[in-house]
Design a protein around this ligand. Structure first.
Ligand code: ADP
Ligand code: MG
Length: 708
């Protein structure tokens, strides 16, 4: 399906040429007409609406103003240096502020001339100003706009220097769009277009870059979003279907002595209904030779570990080895100790493999793995090293999976055993996460995984009480901590650590530690401290002191975030809480509330909070429900920042937005399912466009043998 026009090299487009073409390729990955067309605008300026300065009353929206620049001055020094222009219309004045590109702007803005300005107001000292607005001479703006909706494009600093700023990109795209008549082939089957009343592809493409009117723009965007999501779903569902048929997993057809002994003699509590249900889901997968690739979601403390362990025991009962991978040494250690204790006396060989295991011990582990003496290997990503070879790995558990990428999953996959026919039998894979993923994301990102959910906490847990306090209330919080310690409880105080400002954060942590030490002096109080700059052995030592109850307060950075289980800890103080994302706050909060006592989470913040931060604090105080939190999180941050999506390719979405377009995700998925139900191999005539488009989109990554 050659489409020569769209494959034309970008340098041949009017207004581009070889130099700019090279830069477009380097900066934005655009080298053909097709790729340029996929550089969709990220917003549109409505040039028909002009706001009056006196009417500005919110920080919510982008607005367009029209007025005279009456004053222009450069202020401040160094980092604070800025250009301030005063814009005046018949109703009032507003300041426009730029921190970047000052020199160029200062020389191109003329006092006394009329400008069109576009940007988002922000309130400062009870007055509004606009930082980094777009500004254009009124005359230019009028000439450029026979249409009222103008597309705005993303660009980069380097491109801007080659006069490919947002406007420049707009210009070259216009040159391309002008040539688009009978150049773009339809990519969806006619019957789908008719059923959903979609705009045709070419019309949609033209209108998205050069909208004729608002109505057509919306229809066009809808069409392109639908198409993008539809093909994503179609591809994924097809692969999933094919995998299910083709890939066989090890068969665990019996539940044997290990599982039974554990269940009747060792299990220290009754399983919750949700745990039982998930175990059954897993057994149904592994019992009949299907290959299992399952995501287990369950809020912190919901008891995922025991489900993993019991699945592992089934694997061992069927003659296979198992491994469990955790993202940090601390967590791997804790799993190792917990599991060793749980299965004590059952005669199973469990070992721990992390970066700090000594060479000699390591060799011993490698040997036992290969000769089959070792039943369960627990560790960090040290597990995926090539040197680690199993005799017959049948079951893999990956804990807190958002810390690992798809790559790690597939490396473990390849450590499976060889079947009689010489084919790889991959181990069954159970990935566990306490960061619940909203439905639209799960449908897309984890389309290749089956999902189980533990939606019930073990009995007797008390809801964690969460409060938000400003730094000024610290004295009261210290008093509260003292009371809790007097009752015999333990307390976490957590500081943010963000790589970019590591030094400053480290100082915050140390300052915090000192002030806590002053307020809670030895010998009455003992304090542990754990942070990323310590050696693993020291971390472990400090951690153990806290686990054993020798220290009452644990001051730490987020290394304690995942999985750590200390039931006696009942207070979690999170410093600079405004700097954490919701899912991280929720994870941290999950460190307490694991025992029978009432637990507390205290969110400490500065007095001045952004609207987003306020909403995050409010949401944390309002709910303990991880799914609810993740929905808010997704709305606030978009999927790009949700842990785990980075590797998923979801960020490659060109026009659809998994948050705002959740409904379209659903429609697209429904349609993809309908298509595949009717025509699993896409062999029908009416589906020929689907095959060619899938090939064009995902060509190299797909096994096409079953289709063409
Ligand atoms: P997470 O899902 O966060 O990994 P864990 O598996 O660490 O949670 O379990 C948290 C705590 O709850 C552990 O101390 C575990 O022993 C306990 N637990 C798990 N299941 C149950 C249950 N059914 N009844 C009581 N306690 C349970
Ligand atoms: Mg856990």
């Amino acid at each position: 399906m050659g489409n020569h026009f769209l494959d034309t090299k970008i340098e041949f487009l009017k207004g581009v040429g070889p130099k700019r073409a090279e830069m477009l390729r380097k900066e934005l990955g655009i080298s053909t007409y097709r790729q340029l067309l996929l550089h969709y605008p990220f917003r549109y300026i409505d040039k028909s609406q002009v706001f009056k300065i006196a009417d500005i009353n919110s920080e919510e929206i982008h607005i367009q103003l029209r007025g005279k620049v009456v004053e222009l001055k450069t202020m401040g020094e160094k980092r604070g240096k800025r250009l301030v222009a005063t814009l005046k219309d018949e109703t009032g004045e507003i300041e426009l502020v730029w921190f970047k590109g000052i020199k160029w702007l200062a020389s191109s803005i003329t006092i006394g001339k009329e400008y069109v300005v576009y940007g988002k107001p922000s309130a400062y000292n009870h007055r509004y100003n606009i930082a980094h607005p777009d500004i254009d001479l009124l005359d230019n703006a009028l000439i450029a706009n026979q249409v009222t909706l103008e597309a705005v494009y993303a660009t980069t600093e380097i491109l801007t220097r080659m006069s490919l700023n947002a406007k420049g990109i707009h210009k070259i795209l216009k040159n391309l769009v002008l040539q688009l008549t009978n150049k773009i082939q339809e990519t969806l089957p006619i019957y789908i277009i008719e059923e959903l009343k979609l705009v045709d592809k070419e019309r949609a493409m033209i209108n998205v870059h050069a909208p004729e009117n608002e109505y057509l723009l919306q229809k066009s965007r809808y069409r392109l979003k639908f198409e993008e999501l539809f093909y994503l779903q179609l591809n994924m569902l097809r692969q999933k279907g094919i995998k299910k048929e083709v890939i066989k997993g090890a068969v665990f057809n019996r539940v044997g002595p290990n599982f039974n002994q554990f269940y009747s003699e060792k299990l220290p509590f009754d399983l919750t209904g949700a745990q039982k249900r998930v175990l059954k889901e897993i057994r149904d997968d592994v019992g009949y030779g299907d290959h299992m690739n399952r995501l287990l979601q369950g809020d912190v403390g919901s008891g995922k570990t025991i489900v993993a362990l019991m699945s592992i025991l089934i694997a061992i009962d069927n003659g296979y080895q198992a491994c469990l991978m955790a993202p940090t040494e601390i967590l791997a250690n804790q799993h190792f100790e917990g599991i060793t204790e749980l299965i004590e006396g059952m005669g199973l060989n469990v070992q721990l493999l992390t970066g700090s295991v000594k060479t000699k011990k390591r060799r011993e582990i490698h040997e036992q793995l290969e000769n089959g003496e070792l039943h369960i290997l627990i560790g960090t990503h040290a597990l995926i090293e090539d040197k680690v070879k199993f005799k017959n790995l049948g079951f893999v558990v990956i804990d807190e999976q958002h810390r690992f990428g798809v790559q790690q999953r597939s490396k473990l996959w390849r450590k499976g055993t060889l079947g009689a026919n010489g084919k790889l039998i991959p181990p069954h894979i159970l990935v566990m996460t306490a960061t619940p993923i909203p439905r639209t994301l799960a449908m897309t990102f984890y389309g290749d995984l089956d999902v189980s959910v533990i939606d019930e906490l073990p009995p007797g847990r008390k809801e964690i009480k969460t409060i938000h306090r400003f730094d000024s209330a610290r004295i009261k919080i210290f008093a509260f901590i003292e009371e809790e310690i007097k009752k015999g409880r333990q307390v976490y105080v957590v500081y943010p650590l963000i790589q970019e400002s590591e030094k400053l954060d480290y100082k915050d942590l140390m300052d915090g530690y000192e002030s806590i030490e002053r307020r809670f002096p030895k010998p009455n109080y003992q304090i542990s401290i754990v942070h990323g700059q310590m050696k693993a052995a020291d971390k472990e030592f400090e951690m153990q002191r806290f686990v054993k109850g020798e220290t009452q307060i644990m001051v730490a950075t987020t290394v304690i975030e995942v999985g750590v289980n200390i039931p006696n800890a009942s207070v979690m103080v999170i410093e600079s809480a405004e700097r954490f994302g919701l899912s991280q706050l929720h994870q941290l909060r999950g460190r307490v509330g694991r025992g029978a006592e009432q637990s507390f989470c205290v969110l400490m913040t500065g007095n001045k909070l952004s609207a987003d931060s306020k909403l995050r604090m409010k949401t944390m105080v309002r709910t303990n429900d991880g799914f609810e939190l993740s929905e808010v999180d997704l709305k606030l941050r978009g999927p790009g920042d949700i842990q785990g999506t980075q590797q998923s390719g979801l960020l490659d979405l060109k026009i659809a937005d998994l948050v705002r377009d959740a409904q379209i995700v659903q429609y697209a998925r429904d349609m993809a399912i309908k298509v595949l139900k009717e025509d699993p191999n896409l062999e029908l005539d009416k589906h020929h466009r689907l095959v060619s488009t899938l090939k064009q989109l995902f060509g190299s990554k797909i096994n096409w043998s079953r289709i063409s």
